[in-house]
Every structure is written in C-alpha cells, then in structure tokens.
Ligand binder design. Structure first.
Ligand code: 26V
Length: 811
C-alpha cells in the first residue's frame, strides 16, 4: 500500500508538473493541473502494478479474464485516489497549493465505452475483483469514439461524437511490444499429415491488434489488475511500405481507415441487433487478440497447454464475446496440436457465460454467408460444434425435431450466438433470481432440461466504493460514526445501521445529508439548464437508457395526470415534487426519441405554468453518464424502477439508489424483488402486474389497452392530451407514443399499470409527509444495501464459477 506524506506529495506534484510542461504550477491551465495530477497518480500505481504482475507470475495462481464489448468506467482520478487511500491527503495538499481537487476531478472526460447496465456492471466487477485480491482482468476494445454525447436541442435528442481521446488519456499505457495479428477473410487450406488434418488459413487480411493497458486498483490492498483494451492498426509492412512505395497514397489511406474502423466506434444500441459486418469484426478482433495474448502469457509462465483450464477462466459478458469458444478451439487444435476432444474439454471448462437480457430482439444471430466469408476457419469450427451437438441431440431426443431445431446452433441461415455460448460454456448464469428462473423455465428451457447443472444465478451488484464512499462522502461519514468502518471491507455490516432506524438524531442527520446532496444537484441543474428547483420538494428520479420496456412513459403519464389535477385544484394537498429524468435513446430508436421529446415538452409546459404555483417541476438532464449519475443518485428521494415485470433482467441503478437512501417505487421485476425481500414490504412501494399476469397475457392474449383507457376518465384525459395539441402545436408530434399505447395495444402494459402506479405514487406522497416514517425507510434501505455490493457478486462468481475463490485467499 502506498505510504506518502503531504509534503512529499506536494513536491512530487510540482516536480511532475515541471517535467511535463516546463513551467511552474501557477503558470499552467487547470486542465494541465489535472493531467499532471493524473500522471503522478499513475506513477504511484506503476510500482504496485508491476509487483502484482510478478506475484501472479510466480504464484501461478489462476487468472480470470472478463471479456466484454463494453466497459463503462467513468472517471478514474477520484476512484484511483480513493483506492490508493490518499484522497484526503491529496485534497489537503492541493488546498495548500490553492488548488481545488473537486474542480480538477470535474475536468476529466468520462471513459464511456459502454451503453448502460452491462458496461457499468463490467466496470464494477473490475473494481471488486481487484479489491478482493482476485487476479481478474478485463479484455475489450479501445473505441476511439465512446458512447455518443447527447444534447437536447429544442426539446429533442441530438447526437454528437464522443471524442474522449482528444486529450491525452493519462491512465493508459500503449504496449506495442505485445501487439498480435488477427486474421480476417481468405480461405482455409486443408492437408493431411500422418493421422491428422492440418488447417492453414491463407490469403487472409491481417490486422494488428495493439493493446492499451489501464491499471485497475484494489481498495487499499496493493493489488493492481489490468484492463486491456485493443486498438486496430494496419500491420506495419502492408501499410507503410509496400502500398505506399507503389505510390498509391490514397489507396493506402483508404486501407488504413478501413482497418482502423474496427476500433472506431461503440455501437450505441442495447436492444436491437445491429446487423453490420463491422460489429462481427469487432467481436472477433478483440476476442482473438485477447485469447492470443492470454495464451502467450500462460506459456511464458512455463505452463503446459493441457493445464490451461486449471490456470485460466474466461468469462463472456453476454454473447458478444462468444467467438471465444471457436477461437480457443482453433488455437488449441491448429496451433497447439490438440485433438478435438481435448480442445473441447479445455474450452468448455475455461469458458463461462452470463446472459443479460431476455428481449428477443437483443439475442444475437449472424447470417451464415457473412460469417463464413469473414471468418472461414472459425466457421468450420462452429459448423463442427453444431454437427456434434445435433448428433448428440438426435440420439437423446429421438424424433423430437422441433426441440432439436430450436436448440441447433446453426439454423435458417443464421448462427445463434446464445446457443453457441450455452453449448461451449460450463456455466450459464442470469443476473437476478427472477431473470434466471425465466431463462431456465422459458427462454432457455430446452437447454436447462438438457444440462441443468450449467445454470445458476448471480444477482448483480455495484461497487459501494464508487457509489457510496466516493459519490456520497457525507453519508459515508455518518455510517462510519455510527457503525464503524468495517462495512467498507464487509459491506453487509451495513445492516448494523438498522439499529439506528428509529433514532431521531439519525433521522435529522439523514435529512440534512440528503438536503445537502439535493442542493448540490440543484446547483448543477441551475447551471446546466437554467431551471431553479425547490430543494424542499421530493426529488423523484428516473435515470437509465430510454426504452419502451423501462416505461419512462408511465412516469410521464403520471406527471401529466398530476398536472391536470393541479389545474383543476391548485390547492391540491401534495408535497411539491421535482421529477428528474436523464438517459439516452439509441439514435435509430424512434419511439425512444419521441419519449424524450414528450418528457421535454411536458417539462416546458409545467415549468412555465404559474397557475400550479411551482408545486411540480420537471427536469431532463442531458448526456447521462457515470459522472452525472454520481451527482444525481445521492440526491434522490424516490427511485423509479418501473419496468414491465419480466423485462428488466436485473437493473443496477435500483441498488445504487437504495444504498444512497432513496425509497424505491417498483414493479416486481429483476432485482427489485430481491430489494423488496431485503427491506420488507413496508420499506418499498410496489405496484403493477405480477410475473404470472404478464406471462399469461403474453401467452393467452386478452389485453385491450383501449378498453382500459375508456374505463378511466383520468387516463382518457391524459391520453387525449398527447394528440390534442396540449404539448405541441403539431397534433401528430406524439403520435408514435399514442399509437404504441393504443393502436398497437401497448406491448408493455403501461395503461394496464397506470391506476396501480398512481395509487403507489400517492402512497409515496403520504409516506414522505410523515418525516419519521420516511427517514426510517431511508435508513432501512441503506442498512440492507450491503448485499448488493458487487463484492458479494464477485465472491459468488469466484467460488461458484471460476474456481478461483480459494486461490486468491492464499495469495
Ligand atoms: C445488445 C446489443 C445489440 C447490438 C448493439 C449493441 C448491443 C449492446 C448491448 C446489448 C445487450 C444489452 C443487454 C444489457 O445491457 N442488459 C442489461 O444488463 C444489466 C447488467 O446485467 C442489467 O442490470 C439490465 O437489467 C439489463 O437490461
């Protein structure tokens, strides 16, 4: 662990600044001061990074690799200082130099290489693996452009590129010496040598995969793991010399661009399979580079390839990295000379898979012709896996053609990645109890009954270090004062806080802490959109990707209804509320963009309407990202987790909010169910259709949204206002939403749940009005949030899936 005093820190910082810019601190810009601080912190980390690496090398401990298309790290300065244990020291040292640490932290660009939940989960997992001393590393793509930047212009979302690398990224190190070649296209030459068939990939297009490593620090434990992100470059000779020397400059540039395109952009879509070849290229690119580098490292350590699965676990985050299965098979057979049977045993033992969604439109499948042309050898292997698997099924399920065709990996001209992932892994998990049950009993039922031992649940978690210690220092301080510091290492110790749930003094403190966080957020709101919000009002927050199933629509229909009631009766007895929204819509997802437009239109109307005497306000904060979430979540009174039951695999925002003392209004979906089980029915507000009711409607029909609307005058009025010009001059502006709800019979049961939601919202209002009740609920939510730390989740993965639990403890 780093041991340093304030004076040395100041000297190091001034020295660093001088080295970097050849001038004194006071002559530099704020950004330079941030950059110098970041570089210094990275230097401090470097020593521990190297020693962790050496320790792993000499102990030959099992290494875990978390393969993910997305890592949503956010900012790294504050979390690095926190995990190094020098944040307070650094703040004080900088103060003596007249520099404000928080001000510098704000200058860092978010590392936003992810869409949402899946990418942020990967980042939380990295933090937990390092903090638990688990040798676990990330593997992904270093996208030149991260998730797009969102601006709200005239009430609508407009996308801008996220050029996050335009300033120097102080956290990464380029390791050109560790670059590997990934091969695309071409064909496969087969020859038989003695008893064996030899496969050689010829006439391929080589792409150089260059790794950039980012250190991942454990919390005050000296462990530094690695996040390795790959960037695509032309292979030196092909580009620089041969093409260029023929004088064909433009062609050379074109070629260079086509190669670099592979790691150019993150696909901004988390629900609809993007059929572009480029995405398939991205997937193979990082998977192949990652596995090649793992094998190199493994062999450098003097290990025998037949022990690979004893020393390596590869976890695939959804199906995006599922090509790890045929790629590992290829290397083990074609390069290491193993038989199919040995290679298969090792592959299956090495790889484990998490599913993150049951939305059928997000289940990946690739057209065979595209796949075959781009990855000819990999295709042969997938074909062989499929054939062997189908043969097994024919013998086991004689004559059951329907079942066999559903389970096949290749069918109807497509390769189904989820089927490949299940067949090639020894473990398949869902991310919350309900989600895993739905996988087992419905979406993947055939596979579950065929190999029940593979299936297990790992309820998601969030790192309490970022989402509590870093984001909410005041609450952290209160917890330390009341229950001691043990919860920092053992988050379930937060339960001890329940003993204070009835304590009046604690209620007052909780109220003050929330108030301060609300004031900070209100200042941010004022600065970013010019709106003044009342910090005595209830901060009612829904922040997440915009998607029909997440039902921001239900929330806004409630706002409209409340507005209608306030117009009818300006003296309506409610506590003032501020509705806060944030979230991005996929650029091609028109309905989601329409929802953003409606939220903003409703906001404009009610914020300007003096008749309702500021009783309700609505804010849409643009460009939702990790660093904005860190500002919003600690300030929330109410957490909106209102997805259609069965649709949200887990949710992780729900956990962040409860940990910060918000009370949840929720459907019994995803991890909300487990939150309810933890806090009890009295400390969460539940509404809406149950799982059985939803599944019954999907199976047997019988839902008629128009009928529901007609029977409810309030709902009828709300719906009319979408198309009668109340919120827009053009009556058709919100037609897409109206049509989704009425013409297309409301796929996500928004109208069906409307009255139950309204009733739940009025319960929220009464609960909030009773100060003691509300603060008690808040305290109980905090006390029971420890179980949702990703440390618990990672312990479960390590012991239950990766088999690395006992090893890390002996390190
Ligand atoms: C699919 C696609 C399709 C192609 C374009 C890019 C792309 C990116 C992501 C996805 C799958 C998204 C799945 C996902 O994010 N699921 C979320 O995972 C969270 C962590 O487990 C979970 O809390 C959320 O409930 C779940 O929606």
């Amino acid at each position: 662990m780093l041991c340093i005093c304030k004076e040395t820190f100041k000297q190091d910082y001034e020295q660093k600044f001088l080295e970097l810019y050849g001038k004194e601190l006071k002559e530099g810009t704020d950004y330079q001061r941030y950059e110098a601080l970041g570089s210094l912190v990275r230097d401090y980390i470097a020593k521990e990074w190297l020693s962790t690496d050496k320790k792993y090398h000499s102990s030959k401990v099992k290494q875990v690799y978390y393969f993910s298309m997305e890592f949503l790290l956010g900012r790294l300065l504050s979390s690095s200082l926190l995990n190094l244990g020098i944040r307070d020291l650094c703040r004080e040292a900088l103060e003596e130099l007249n520099i404000d640490l928080e001000g510098l932290e704000e200058l860092e660009n978010d590392q936003g290489l992810g869409n949402g939940g899946l990418g942020r989960l990967a980042a939380c997992f990295l933090d937990s693996m390092a903090s638990l001393n688990i040798p676990g590393h990330g593997c992904g793509i270093r996208y030149k452009y991260g998730f797009f930047q969102q601006k709200i212009l005239e009430g609508s979302q407009v996308e801008f590129p996220d050029n996050w690398l335009k300033e120097n990224n102080v956290w990464e190190i380029k390791r050109s010496d560790k670059a590997v070649v990934v091969k695309f296209g071409g064909s496969v030459k087969m020859e038989s040598l003695k008893e064996r068939l030899l496969f050689t990939h010829v006439n391929y297009e080589p792409v150089l995969a260059v790794p950039y490593d980012t250190p991942v620090l454990g919390y005050k434990n000296g462990t530094v793991n690695t996040l390795r992100l790959w960037s695509a470059e032309p292979v030196g000779n092909d580009f620089d010399f041969s093409t260029f020397s023929r004088g064909d400059f433009l062609k050379a540039i074109e070629y260079k661009n086509s190669i670099e395109a592979i790691s150019q952009v993150l696909y901004p879509d988390d629900s609809i399979v993007e059929g572009r070849i480029l995405r398939l290229k991205q997937q193979y690119f990082f998977v192949s580079a990652g596995i090649q580098s793992i094998i190199k490292n493994f062999k450098k350590n003097g290990n025998s390839i037949t022990d690979f699965d004893d020393k390596v676990s590869i976890h695939i985050n959804d199906t995006h990295p599922a090509l790890a299965i045929p790629e590992l098979m290829r290397i083990l057979m074609d390069e290491e000379g193993l038989s199919w049977e040995d290679a298969w045993r090792i592959t299956e033992n090495t790889i484990s898979y998490t599913n993150h969604t049951i939305l059928s439109e997000a289940l990946e499948k690739w057209p065979v012709d595209i796949f075959k042309t781009l990855l000819p050898r990999i295709y042969m292997i997938v074909e062989e896996i499929n054939e062997r698997f189908c043969r097994y099924l024919w013998n086991k399920y004689i004559g059951q053609w329907q079942k066999i065709s559903e389970m096949a990996i290749i069918a109807d001209g497509f390769i189904r990645m989820a089927n490949l992932a299940i067949v090639g892994s020894h473990s398949v998990n869902g991310v919350a109890k309900l989600h895993t049950e739905i996988l087992k009993k419905q979406v993947m039922a055939n596979f579950y009954y065929n190999s029940p031992h593979k299936f297990n649940n790992k309820t998601n978690g969030i790192t309490h270090r970022r989402w509590l210690l870093q984001a909410n220092p005041h609450l952290t301080k209160l917890l330390c004062e009341t229950i001691g510091e043990s919860f920092i290492y053992h988050p379930t110790d937060m339960e001890r806080f329940e003993a204070f749930a009835e304590d009046k003094g604690i209620h007052e403190r909780l109220y003050q802490i929330k108030k301060e966080n609300k004031i900070n957020l209100a200042n941010y709101i004022k600065k970013s959109c010019g709106l003044i919000v009342d910090t005595n009002s209830i901060f009612d927050v829904q922040v997440k990707r915009i998607h029909a199933y997440k039902r921001q629509t239900l929330n806004i229909l409630h706002v409209i209804d409340l507005y209608n009631r306030l117009l009818e009766n300006p003296n309506l007895d409610i506590t003032p509320r501020t509705f806060i929204f944030a979230g991005k819509a996929a650029p091609a997802y028109h309905l989601a963009k329409n929802i953003i437009k409606l939220i903003n239109a409703v906001g404009k109307k009610i914020n300007e309407d003096k008749r309702i005497r500021d009783k309700i306000k609505l804010v849409f904060l643009e460009n939702y990202r990790v660093s904005l979430a860190e500002k919003i979540i600690p300030a929330a009174d109410v957490s909106e987790q209102i997805s259609t039951t069965t649709k949200e695999a887990s949710g992780t925002g729900n956990m962040k909010f409860m940990m910060n003392g918000a009370v949840t209004i929720a459907t019994l979906d995803g991890a909300n169910i487990e939150i309810r089980d933890e806090v009890g029915d009295d400390n969460i507000v539940i509404f809406g259709l149950t799982e059985q009711q939803v599944l019954n409607y999907y199976k047997n029909g019988g839902y008629n949204s128009t009928e529901v609307m007609r029977k409810d005058i309030r709902l009828q009025k709300v719906m009319d206002s979408l198309i009668n010009g109340t919120y827009s001059k053009d009556h058709n502006d919100f037609r897409p939403i109206y049509d989704a709800l009425i013409t297309y019979n409301d796929e996500f049961f928004v109208l069906k749940d409307f009255s139950s939601y309204l009733e739940a919202q009025s319960r929220i209002n009464s609960l909030y009005e009773d100060f003691r009740t509300w603060q008690r609920m808040s305290a109980i939510n905090i006390a029971h949030s420890g179980i949702f730390s990703s440390d618990r989740t990672i312990e479960e993965y390590a012991t239950g899936i990766w088999g690395s639990g006992y090893l890390y403890k002996n390190l």
